[in-house]
Design a protein around this ligand. Structure first.
Ligand code: NZQ
Ligand code: ZN
Length: 389
């Protein structure tokens, strides 16, 4: 196991009707003038936005609203949010929505207290300072409710990039699984896929002797394997929703990633797809992961074989572990397809003729030097091959 520091100070408030406590938590964390940031229509339609506003009013907290965050959130609204916060003297940002809304809120929070262009953080500068952020989560997926990360797409060039720093870990996150019952089945499945991706990206490690985190990841993957089909069959199953929601947080606040190197090649390769075609991030991952895994498999056959046996229940073929490894990857892909996820480029609206452009932005865009690096290093030729797969 490698040395690590793990600092994850978010206060999680979990369970039914907890969104009504948003105001008291904003107060507890020092907010007096709040920006409520939200997405399209879903939080309005369900009455959630009204309930959150009521809870702030009850505490006598002043607020202003900024909606319109799109899935795969854009830099344009972030600039607008930064200006609004400065003009209104906002001291706390409350995100009501999914990963996209939370990431946009985090970008605004970092940008308000920074003199330069907030995009510097998405080109590698670490976020050291930000306004405090709280969240009311409406979809179990990205894990942004507990993560130190934010992913934004810059409209000029359509670069989809991530920024990081403990300063943008939410101060509190309200997780009411019942709020996710209004999700379309496709979004639920995309969320499940993303959660499983966050687990696999950590499982694919070059670090040795990481039994605790290996076993935690396997436990969470088994949970998703059990709860995924249950929630697709019965969207109102609160308990299945609850297990998935907590798994989504644990999968990505790095509890499962400490002390080990991680992969993230599937995510980098996917981000170009959701940037260019605006597909759901989870749907893009359902297409990219099996291809990346098959491409990376020979780097450490036993790691894939171990997942195949422990998670997917495959029989270990000791003479030909590559057969077991491949079987595990295929079981995973079949599982995602059974939830309603796409299996190829065509089903997410991607086009083969765009591959050179995707590879160029992925490997050269915004300062990159011709490759991406995780479990293995992938150069432009590798990435081209993976997109073709
Ligand atoms: O905009 P509204 O109307 O709210 O609709 C959203 C959106 O269309 C809808 N939705 C959310 N909650 C709902 C609901 N519809 C009905 N009922 C509800 N309760 O679902 C759609 C997708 O929402 P979005 O926030 O985009 O989903 P998700 O949480 O999957 O976030 C995806 C974004 O997070 C990034 C992704 O790249 C993508 O941009 N990621 C962020 C990470 C992080 N910050 O740590 C890590 C991830 O790997 C990921 O890259
Ligand atoms: Zn993800």
């Amino acid at each position: 196991m490698e040395n690590f520091t793990f600092y994850s100070p978010t206060c999680f408030v979990f369970g039914k009707e907890t969104e009504n406590e948003a105001g008291s938590y904003v107060k507890r964390f020092g907010g007096s003038k709040v920006l409520i940031h939200y997405g399209g229509e879903s939080a309005k339609r369900s009455g959630l936005l009204d309930r959150v506003q009521d809870s702030l009013k009850k505490e006598g907290i002043d607020f202003t609203l900024l909606g319109g965050v799109k899935p795969n959130p854009r830099s344009g609204l972030v600039y607008e949010g930064i200006d609004l916060c400065k003009k209104e003297g906002v001291d706390f940002i409350l995100a009501v929505g999914g990963g996209s809304v939370i990431d946009s809120a985090k970008a605004i929070a970092a940008g308000v207290v920074y003199d330069g262009d907030f995009w510097d953080f998405y080109r590698g500068k670490r976020i050291e300072k930000a306004l405090p952020v709280g969240t009311v989560l409406t979809i179990a997926a990205a894990g942004s409710e507990g993560s130190p990360d934010s992913v934004i797409t810059k409209e000029e060039g359509m670069f989809k990039r991530g920024a990081s720093g403990d300063a943008i870990r939410p101060k509190f996150s309200i997780l009411n699984p019942a709020l996710t019952q209004t999700l379309p089945a496709y979004q639920t499945a995309a969320g499940i896929t993303d959660i499983m991706a966050h687990l696999y990206e950590r499982y694919l490690t070059n670090s040795k002797e990481v039994e605790v985190t290996d076993r935690l990841i396997e436990a969470l993957l088994l949970t998703m394997k059990h709860e995924g089909p249950r929630v697709i069959a019965d969207p109102n199953n609160y308990d299945a929703r609850a297990n998935i929601m907590w798994a989504g947080m644990v999968a990505h606040n790095n509890t499962c990633g400490v002390g080990r190197s991680q992969d993230w090649n599937s995510h980098s390769i996917e981000h170009e797809l959701s940037a260019l075609y605006d597909c759901a991030h989870g749907a893009g991952l359902a297409v990219t992961m099996p291809a990346v895994f098959k491409y990376e498999m020979n780097h450490n056959i036993m790691r894939f074989a171990q997942a195949a046996v422990r998670v997917w229940g495959c029989q270990m073929d000791f003479e030909h572990p590559e057969v077991t490894a491949l079987e595990g990857i295929e079981c995973f892909q079949k599982f995602l397809i059974s939830l309603g996820m796409p299996k190829n480029f065509e089903e997410i609206g991607a086009k083969e003729e765009d591959i050179p452009k995707l590879v160029e932005v992925l490997c050269r865009g915004d300062g990159r030097q011709g490759s991406i690096s995780g479990f293995v290093t992938l150069n432009e030729e590798d990435c081209t091959n993976i997109y073709k797969m």
